[in-house]
Design a protein around this ligand. Sequence first.
Ligand code: AMP
Length: 612
Amino acid sequence: MNFRELAEYFNKIELISSRLEMTKILAELLKKADSENIKKIVFLCQGRLGANYEKTESGLGEKMVIEAIVKASGFTKKEIEKSFREKGDLGLAAEEFCSQKKQASLFSEELNVKKVFNNLIKISKTEGTGSKESKLKLMAELFNSASGTEAKFIARIPLENLRLGVGDPTIMDSLASNLLEEGKQNKQWIKEIETEMKEKKIKEKNWKEELNRKIKLKLREKIEEKYNIHPDLGLIAEILKKKGLKGLKEIQIQIGIPIRPTLAERLNSSEEIIKKLGNCIVESKYDGFRIQCHKDGNKVWIYSRQSENMTEMFPDLVKAIKEEIKTEKVILEGEAIAFNELTNEFWPFQITIQRKRKYGIDDKAKEFPLKLFVFDIMFLEGKNLMNETFTERRKALKDIIGNGNTVALTNFIETDSAKKLDEFFEESITNGLEGIIAKDLNAKYIAGKRKFAWIKLKRSYKGELNDSVDGVIIGYYTGKGKRTEFGLGALLTAVYSEKEDVFKSIAKIGTGLTDKNLSELEKILKKISSKKKPARVESELTPDYWTAPKYVIELRADEITQSPIHLAAKKDGKGLALRFPRMISIRQDKKPEDATTEEEIKKMYEKQGKKE
Ligand code: AMP
């Protein structure tokens, strides 16, 4: 496929804010893509150069992209910088100057997707001395041959700011809708769906549309199942293109490829938990960061909750995993938390999170050694354990985890008594932990989902909501008074609607922001800000600047109230909002889709009234 055609599609998608429309255009694009290019096209739609868990940073900053535009267009650095400042988007500046290049290059050629993708990959892989010049050359080569529209997207990709707003769920919906004809061949599905529709007395005139919708949902479910154990939409799209739905069988759990994590629900009291689960395992909730560890003999991978490869950050954990886990091939999960050996106490989250760093790794490892509390296992010696019950998985864990210096099992009890659960909760709090997580003994490992297999109970703060809320920043207001020096006064945040794959406003936050927070946030937000509301964002408030939904912050509030101006869980003209929200921290370990969901907010609001 020509890159020009892809860029035209990107242009269309960029202008759309309706997700339905976006899904339609994306489906059209993916239908057109041939099997050689589809993987690359899916990655480019995601604004990436590889699967979600692959590191493909370009190592190109704005300055170098500007230099490459200078080289290709013949305009001066000053002219380009000025346009960038005015437009706030280097993509738009690239578009402006590459559409009116001063010099026609001898080497100009029509760009295709493969060429653009390969050059960008080469840029991301070039390291060491002379790499700057090589990267610059590769980038300038692309700009040389690019039209204005092509240049806009070529500039944005290495800066990781594509601004299309296409989320993974939208890509999955598009893939599903392209499989509709194949889905219709599945007699079993049709039978099930038609029975259900008859029971629901679906009218004749809506029959066909409803049938198609339900088939697409089934297809989407099949795709998502694979995405949850192998989050590589490029590969999934390629297999679907080559072999159709049956090709999905090839995608299996694989050591080295992260599985999307299971998520915890919340309830407000031990009684509610026992009512829901009956006899269950109750574990301490450690306030560190979640890691998924893969071990294949002497090779170890460590992934974050967001499936980001963090192996190099934790040489101490890698060593301990090799030495202390008594098996060759395994995928397991646990919480890593910094431990103070002098006082025998856990360090708070703010200290533990300092271990997530690119530089000074060994020194910090000595200063704040980590312990890993293992709580689940998904794969053992060639066998997928995800469909086993938690009881079985726990048994398997016991066989391979001893009481090592660094790696241990979580502290737990098994009980069906709310009183015992409360006692254990208090004990966990006394030990400086966050609360408890109760686990359904019969549940499978449910990748990427929140389904009452795990239920968390955290310490409640007087006069405050029982739990914090993770909000996604969707915009900001420039400051007044003292805060003008930072250009950022308040933040507009949203929660995530899993069902609709959109972000809906929930709170405007002015407090809790320290000056350090402010300047840090301003720096990162500026890069993704615009005057145009981004796709997948729903808000009736208009901030001074919108930002692409990318950063998650942890918020506390006094309560959740009904509000005519916010859109989360809107019903009868009123949405839900946080009352007196304050920012606690920037959650760099969470993706926007990991933020608190609209469903959760609704449940939290409903439960609020029941607080004793
Ligand atoms: P939350 O992020 O508040 O939804 O709580 C869920 C998180 O708690 C998980 O993603 C883990 O990082 C963390 N966690 C701490 N201790 C445990 C445990 N024993 N079992 C499961 N998750 C735990």
